[in-house]
Ligand binder design. Structure first.
Ligand code: PEP
Ligand code: MG
Length: 883
């Protein structure tokens, strides 16, 4: 078996298409090599080796060690250096690289191969002892943290003490002697903590690092990240081992990161940062504030530190060339890492750049305009779920801004919340229903859960590519980073800004679009959905086959749905219309009446209200289809609970409170979700269905007359399991239709259909379709009844299921395509067999979930229906499914 793939000097065994096997980083390193770009030679250990390592109880697969030796020989041949040989010293970096990029999740070790002996060789070789000791102390620090699992703060403390002792502020001001001391204190620390001396054999170091990369696939942070991003554990990670190049060899050396377009706005302008005389992680860790790459960006940022363009013009030009080439080659915005060693440029990574939703839209539209990609590709490139970010509020331009500090606009959108200073505090506050802003000096991968629990993130250190910025953009959360004017004292839980002290629980607002930090809560506005957004939507709409409707019952929801582009209402849950304070008493009267007459009295009160509800919906939807579902409440949702409520209903019904309480008790059900609800209510109390049908028909007739356009209401019967249930209810609806037609002297067009939300209905769809003119899949109940899992109680154990890998996804969020999906498929097929033109839709929550929408396209549904704010997501996902 082949576990190791080499690359270097214009050739590689892998290529970009091998990302499953080599991980994203390894595959792209190979590709860049083949393109003839300057990449330090190295090799990639495959993700399969990682999987085999876990399958074998954490031991390396047969042949791996030999293949690594051969690959080290390969590097030796290309560089003239040999691993572990002090005469011709070769140092390597060891990095992880999974299939999908997991920023900050996995670990890197640089300068590997240094020990007490080779550090001297390096000093001699580089003619610079300072550089050698700087590299060695970095290596020990990284190795201790990543491989030996020691806390990096203890090492930071040693470095901090040394700087204080030497009376300097920056790492770069420490002398060779200072750094030598740091290295030896680091080693002492390692021995104290682990009981063993720091490993001196380069070979042991290498295998320690490889093992650590594999292990980090299963560390807490990686597992959390995978769970949040639905990345399967079975992917594994690759390991990349590469000859070191040094950005810390003095003033002609540097290291940096760049995007070929602005990752925040999408603007076509190279965007990046670098540090002179620095190594790898320094830029993203926010230890020193980085410099801009281009002059334009430097001027825009008002920075007085020279740009790369000014400082190293030749290197800059070759870098720009390479960046352009890579963007053309990959036909996408790239995220690049590079190092300059004594004026020579080396590429360390390229990958498709993470971007905000706004940037993704702009870049896609512009790349299509440039002819770099097609319109189809532009549509396919946008992650539908990310559109959610654009629906975030921003600060009202008219609102007063009490600005206490300004940092970098690291991730767009604005957020208000109470200050918390730790990720655990963020989680606790969130659990109590509070909205919080996580305030930190900087974030690290250990903060993922806290960032997730927060409305927004504020850091005082770090640039646009800092951990906080990258992760917040990925999560679609507002973030302001590097707000240097703020002082955070995490221990005292205070934030000092502009002479004011803020404490835990104080409210602030951050504006991720401008980088401002504001005191208190600030008025927000909803975003404009025009420009690039509208363009992509227009392209998407021209490509999709399925229609997109919305679940809506209030006029506000219906209007929002239309403004987001809904093409009708797929589900109007009429019970939601009954909670209004002005009607709940009449609704309770209707439910608690023990005679038909009593019910009819209450229904007579509800009829005009329902009629005006429907008339308004028909008017807003202006001739678009509207599906109205008959009453479907598990009854307990409506029963009066408090003595006060009972007294109120008793008075309205003119009965004794005690009698009413008895009646309410009698209606108590052990399992209301499977109880007297859905069409069962219409069977017991047909007058309820009749009232609703009348309200619908009268409203439709009047709305049609008013607008001069025909209205064809779709009446939907819930929770049908038997064809005979549907037939019973349909007969009542048809009878009311005949009455209303006679009374108004008009012709009534309407459809009667059913929800498919019980397994029996799905299986018997062929028979039910004789009576139903449409099916709407109620996948909330269908999931509940297929799994036998209560939709209201599931979260308590489904979380455990996900963590333990029993299920990969919550089936109430993303359709279980195998099981529930099979029932949907069966029902669609059998329904169509009976009634060729039967209209098929979905109105469970899954109607707004991109993966489930793909499934709906495969089954050939006619439309999906989702909540108003998900309509744009569904339009895009439906287009992607059709492309
Ligand atoms: C469903 O069950 O999927 C559905 C849409 O109905 P409800 O959520 O109202 O039960
Ligand atoms: Mg339902």
């Amino acid at each position: 078996d082949k576990w190791v793939y080499t690359f270097g000097d214009g050739a590689a065994e892998g290529r970009a298409g091998d990302r499953n096997l080599l991980g994203g980083k390894g595959a792209n390193l190979a590709e860049m090599c083949s393109l003839g770009l300057p990449v330090p030679p190295g090799f990639t250990i495959t993700t399969e080796a990682c999987n085999r390592y876990y399958a074998n109880g954490k031991s390396y697969p047969e042949g791996l060690e030999r293949q690594v030796d051969t690959a080290l020989e390969h590097i030796a041949k290309l560089t003239g250096r040999r691993f572990g040989d002090p005469e011709k010293l070769l140092l390597v970096s060891v990095r992880s690289g999974a299939r999908a990029s997991m920023p900050g999740m996995m670990d890197t070790v640089l300068n590997l191969g240094l020990n007490d002996e080779t550090v001297l060789a390096l000093a001699k070789d580089a003619e610079d002892p300072r550089f050698a000791w700087d590299s060695y102390r970095r290596f020990i620090g990284m190795y201790a943290n990543v491989v030996l699992d020691l806390d990096h703060e203890e090492f930071d403390e040693i470095l901090g003490d040394e700087k204080a002792r030497a009376g300097v502020e920056l790492d770069t001001e420490l002398s060779a002697k200072d750094l030598e001391r740091v290295a030896s204190l680091y080693k002492k620390k390692v021995e104290e903590e682990t009981g063993e001396p720091f490993p001196q054999s380069p070979r042991d170091q290498l295998w320690g690092a490889i093992g650590a990369v594999f292990s980090s696939w299963m560390n807490h942070r990686a597992i959390t990240y995978r769970r949040l991003h639905d990345i399967p554990e079975s992917w594994g990670t690759a390991v990349n081992v590469q000859a070191m190049v040094f950005g810390n060899m003095g003033e002609t050396s540097a290291t940096g990161v760049a995007f070929t377009r602005n990752p925040s706005t999408g603007e076509k302008a190279l965007y990046g940062e670098f540090l002179v005389n620095a190594q790898g992680e320094d830029v993203v860790a926010g230890i020193r504030t980085p410099q801009n790459i281009t002059e334009v960006a430097r001027i825009a940022a008002g920075s007085d530190k020279p740009s790369l363009e000014k400082l190293m013009p030749e290197t800059y030009r070759s870098f720009i060339d390479i960046a352009n080439r890579l963007e053309k080659h990959y036909r996408d915005m790239q995220d690049l890492e590079f190092t300059v060693e004594r004026g020579k440029l080396w590429m360390l990574q390229t990958r498709s750049g993470k971007r905000t939703a706004r940037a993704a839209l702009r870049a896609a539209v512009e790349m299509a305009g440039e002819g770099l990609i097609t319109e189809d590709e532009a549509v396919a490139r946008i992650d539908p779920a990310s559109l959610d970010q654009l629906l975030h509020p921003t600060i009202d331009p008219k609102a007063e801004r009490n600005v206490v500090a300004t940092g970098l606009p690291a991730s767009p959108g604005a957020a208000t919340g109470e200050i918390v200073f730790s990720s655990d505090a963020a989680e606790d506050a969130r659990a109590q229903g509070k909205k919080v802003i996580l305030v930190r000096a900087e974030t690290s991968p250990e903060d993922i859960h806290g960032m997730h629990a927060s409305e927004g993130i504020l850091t005082t250190r770090g640039g646009m590519t800092s951990h906080a910025a990258v992760v917040a953009r990925g999560m679609g959360k507002p973030c302001v980073s590097g707000a240097g004017g703020l002082r955070v004292d995490a221990r005292a839980e205070t934030l000092t800004a502009a002479g004011q002290i803020f404490r835990k629980g104080d409210v602030i607002t951050i504006d991720g679009g401008s980088g401002q930090v504001l005191k208190g809560a600030v008025a927000m506005v909803q975003p404009e959905l025009s420009g690039d957004f509208a363009k992509i939507m227009e392209w998407a709409d021209s490509k999709r086959r399925m229609k997109v409707r919305s679940n809506a019952e209030t006029p506000a929801d219906a209007r929002a749905a239309r403004s987001f582009g809904a093409e009708g209402i797929g589900l109007c849950r009429t019970e939601h219309m009954f909670f209004d304070a002005t009607r709940i008493v009449a609704v309770r009267e209707m439910i608690l009446a023990d005679t038909e007459e009593g019910r009819r009295t209450a229904l007579a009160k509800l009829l005009p209200m329902q009629k005006s509800d429907f008339a308004e919906l028909f008017e807003i939807m202006a001739g678009l289809p509207v599906t109205i579902r008959l009453l479907d409440p598990p009854l307990h949702e409506f029963l009066p609970h408090s003595e006060e409520e009972i007294a109120e209903v008793a008075a309205a019904m003119n009965v004794e409170t005690d009698r009413l309480r008895e009646r309410a008790d009698a209606l108590h059900e052990f399992n209301p979700m499977l109880g007297h609800r859905g069409c069962r209510l219409a069977v017991s109390y047909p007058e309820i269905a009749e009232m609703q049908a009348r309200a619908i028909f009268e409203a439709a007739t009047e709305a049609a007359q008013a607008s001069g356009k025909p209205i064809v209401p779709e009446i939907m019967v819930p929770l049908v399991g038997l064809k005979s249930e549907l037939d019973f209810v349909k007969a009542r609806i048809d009878a009311v239709a005949r009455e209303v037609a006679a009374e108004t002297g008009t012709r009534l067009d309407y459809l009667v259909g059913t929800m498919i939300e019980l397994p029996r209905a799905a299986l018997q769809a062929g028979s039910i379709a004789h009576s139903a003119e449409f099916f709407s899949f109620g996948t909330n109940d269908l999931t509940q009844t297929t799994f036998g899992i209560s939709r209201d109680d599931a979260s308590s154990f489904l979380d455990v299921y996900r963590r333990k890998g029993i299920v990969e996804q919550d089936p109430f969020v993303s359709l279980d395509q195998e099981g529930v999906g099979e029932l949907v498929q069966i029902a669609a097929e059998r329904g169509r067999k009976t009634r060729k033109a039967i209209k098929l839709g979905i109105c469970g929550e899954h109607g707004g979930d991109p993966a489930s929408i793909h499934f709906c396209e495969e089954v050939g549904l006619d439309y999906v229906s989702c909540s108003p704010f998900r309509v744009p997501i569904a339009r895009l996902a439906a287009a992607q499914a059709a492309i």
